[in-house]
Write a protein that binds this ligand. Structure first.
Ligand code: SF4
Length: 398
């Protein structure tokens, strides 16, 4: 039989997992108990206490009830303005991403300085194919994500809460030092949805810039306009997952909306930041000719033929273990549709050794970057131009 204590903890975790319409509601009488308070039990106990007490004030939020209107700080509800979920959060609770908490009327970031995963990857793994090919990317993630994609390949961290992985505080300068010590010219914010740690990533990027290290973001594009504008001021490249050209698909498969993602892509395309797009093609869910064609048409119409687009293979994961991996023929269909519509740099992703993994010159059609998996085996771009016909190849090469 489940104990009363286990029941409450399970209830709280369910609330955090389900999330509802961007607001997690737990009976205030249990709040102190669930947050550790007197009991020191729930959500990892003292580690959560430490997270909350050291969490810095977040950016991008507003109080919904104003002090002086008869509300005490403890009664103040705040609205988070970081992403399109727009969570309204009562005192002691968090938004849908589980990383931002209302602490006595002030929104705090529980993931600032708390990376739970750090690796060095080739930049091709992000994937960014037209940005410093072959560069090592010092890559990091925290817990948390505003979305609930059923096919998430990193769900262990994206769907985790900050207290699920106990790590010590890592200031931005230490991340920059880590990249420097490992001779990585790029820092990548990736694996989970980095928007949830926007305060941390922008501080890191500013520090990195001073040391000549560039910063890239791997994102679902669900953030609001103002935080994205701040990110674009300090980042050098952004890869956006455009998961499917359908509101219904976004709602049912991701618990999100398409419209904010399209807005973000257009905003990045107008900025100085290098942009690439990934479309993870999931069998039966977003692989119809109609959806692929609409996605291709939108990209060509709104951001043009020079933005690289990766049609990437799905592997069964998380809540979609029942589906097979994407047939290579499906990815080739998407690739050929893109080419026939005039897209210059489509790719077949997650299929090592496939010819659709190379970069071809749009003019002479010769291979200008040859890849084997994540590695460059031939480079035929010189000073940004095709070595064979001297056509300019879109991207950042040095
Ligand atoms: S960033 Fe998190 S708390 Fe803020 S609106 Fe999005 S899901 Fe809600």
């Amino acid at each position: 039989m489940i104990s009363r204590r286990d029941f409450l903890i399970t209830l709280a975790r369910l609330a955090a997992t389900v999330g509802g319409a961007g607001m997690i509601l737990v009976d205030p009488d249990w709040q102190r108990f669930l947050l550790g308070g007197d009991s020191g039990l729930a959500f990892g106990g003292t580690y959560l206490d430490e997270l909350v007490s050291s969490a810095p004030k977040a950016r991008y939020w507003t109080p919904l009830t104003i002090k002086g209107d008869g509300y005490s700080p403890e009664e103040t509800i705040v609205r988070c303005l970081l992403c399109a979920n727009g969570c309204a959060i009562v005192n002691g609770q968090r938004g849908r991403c589980r990383t931002r908490m209302n602490v006595n009327g002030e929104l705090r970031s529980l993931v600032y300085g708390r990376p739970i995963s750090i690796h060095i990857d080739p930049i091709e793994k992000k994937p960014l194919y037209h940005y410093l090919p072959g560069a090592a990317a010092y890559s990091l993630a925290t817990a948390g994500c505003p979305l609930r994609c059923k096919f998430c390949q990193n769900w262990e961290i994206s769907q985790a809460s900050p207290e699920d992985h106990q790590v010590s505080f890592t200031p931005p300068a230490k991340i920059v030092d880590g990249a420097h010590a490992n001779k990585a010219p790029v820092i990548a914010f990736t694996y989970n949805e980095p928007t949830v740690f926007t305060e941390y990533l922008t501080d890191i990027s500013r520090d990195a810039k001073k040391q000549g290290i560039r910063s890239v973001l791997i994102s679902c594009g669900f953030m609001n306009e103002a935080p994205l504008a701040e990110m674009c001021r300090v980042l050098d490249a952004i890869k956006i997952d455009l998961k499917g050209y359908s509101e219904d698909f976004y709602r049912t498969a991701c618990g999100a909306e398409l419209r904010p993602v399209l807005r973000s892509i257009k905003q990045i395309a107008k900025s100085r930041v290098h942009l690439e797009i990934v479309n993870l093609v999931v069998p039966t869910l977003n692989d119809s000719d109609k959806m692929l064609q609409e996605l291709i048409n939108w990209i060509l119409g709104e951001v043009g033929p020079d933005v690289p687009v990766h049609f990437t293979r799905f592997h069964p994961d998380y809540q979609l273990l029942n589906l097979p991996p994407t047939p290579v023929a499906t990815l080739e269909r998407a690739y050929n549709m893109a080419i026939s519509k005039g897209m210059h740099y489509p790719y077949v992703g997650n299929v090592p050794g496939h010819p659709g993994n190379h970069t071809y010159c749009p003019n002479c059609k010769k291979i200008v970057i040859e890849r084997q998996g994540f590695f460059i085996t031939a480079m035929n771009i010189k000073d940004g131009y095709c070595k064979f016909c001297r056509r300019k190849i879109a991207g950042v090469w040095t």
